[in-house]
Design a protein around this ligand. Structure first.
Ligand SMILES: [Ca+2]
Length: 313
């Protein structure tokens, strides 16, 4: 099988960084057509810079990186420096990128790429707020049916929320954009907190990254070290959840994950529950299923895959 063509839409973010590294380390399964940055964990100038830092760390400066939307469709940007640090990529000491951004807007790159490829051959992998994707779908409705699949990190059902009591960060930052994407009619696979909170970087798993002894292995260990202090304090968990790499791991080994094909709607009205992903997990409504909502992961298999692939960079 030829590798799957993807666009990674991202707001790095340490976990975004690991997701990108995993994709770039797996050319047999994944061909990264481009990386589009969006404002999210930190503002756009930093996410678009961090994406290039990660490409350089991976030794893949040929991948085009585009800057996209600098704020949500209808709201002021909410960021998460309290989790990711001031740069968004705190932890390792990585040099400023030599690589330039590619000219043009990320949204136009998404549109042009989908139009240039055969319908059903490009997968979108959003790892941040869905602003770029929703803007592309609105600006060029003809591209929607050309999308093969959307595999995204966002939302929660049983784990409820991390930025508010009822909402996960990516969806909460731009609920209107998420609503557009979830109503697009394209196949969607969702990696919610329900599964990412099972992909914890415990100490032995972090030690395994560091033990690779490579620039990439050590940087990933330092990123997850940094990321972890927040989650350990907040959840009392054994380590940081690696949210976004669940998306790229799914493209390589979908059999590691399990979930349910259900209806998922986005709350865009209530201030109290803004950005909640209302997943009909128990199928108690007649609403049409629109997304495969993942609930479980073989965590050991996931970390074995991740460590083995990072070793290749
Ligand atoms: Ca992210």
């Amino acid at each position: 099988m030829p590798p799957r063509k993807i666009i990674i839409d991202t707001d790095p973010g340490q976990d975004d960084a690991v997701a990108i590294l995993l994709a770039l380390a797996s050319p047999q399964e994944i061909e990264v057509l481009g990386i589009t940055a969006v404002a999210g964990n930190v503002p756009l100038d930093l996410t678009s810079k961090n994406a290039r830092i990660v490409c350089e760390l991976a030794g893949h400066t040929e991948v085009p990186v585009y800057a996209g939307c600098d704020r949500p469709l209808k709201r002021a940007l909410v960021t998460a420096e309290h989790v990711h640090g001031k740069t968004g990529l705190d932890g390792p000491d990585l040099p400023d990128p030599q690589m330039q951004l590619t000219d043009g807007h990320a949204v136009d790159f998404i549109i042009d790429t989908l139009r240039a490829h055969e319908p059903g051959t490009v997968t979108l992998c959003p790892l941040g707020p869905l602003t770029n994707i929703a803007t592309a779908f609105t600006k060029a409705p003809d591209i929607v049916d050309r999308v093969q699949e959307i595999v995204l990190m966002g939302g929660a059902y049983f784990e409820v929320g991390n930025i508010t009591p009822t909402a996960e960060f990516n969806i909460h930052v731009d609920p209107e954009a998420a609503d557009i994407v979830f109503k697009s009619g394209r196949p969607i696979v969702v990696m919610p907190l329900d599964v990412t909170h099972k992909a914890l970087v415990t100490k032995p798993r972090n030690d395994a990254f560091r033990a690779l002894g490579t620039k990439v292995g050590i940087a990933v260990a330092e990123m997850t070290d940094f990321f972890e202090r927040f989650d350990k304090e907040k959840y009392g968990s054994q380590g940081a959840p690696l949210h976004d790499p669940c998306v790229t791991a799914y493209l390589i080994k979908p059999e590691l994950f399990s979930g349910r094909f259900v209806n998922v709607e986005i709350e865009t009205q209530s201030e109290l529950t803004m950005g909640m992903t209302v997943a009909d997990w128990w199928r108690v409504t007649d609403r049409k299923p629109n997304a495969t909502f993942i609930g479980d992961v073989d965590a050991d298999g996931f970390f074995t895959l991740l460590t083995e692939r990072l070793a290749r960079l």
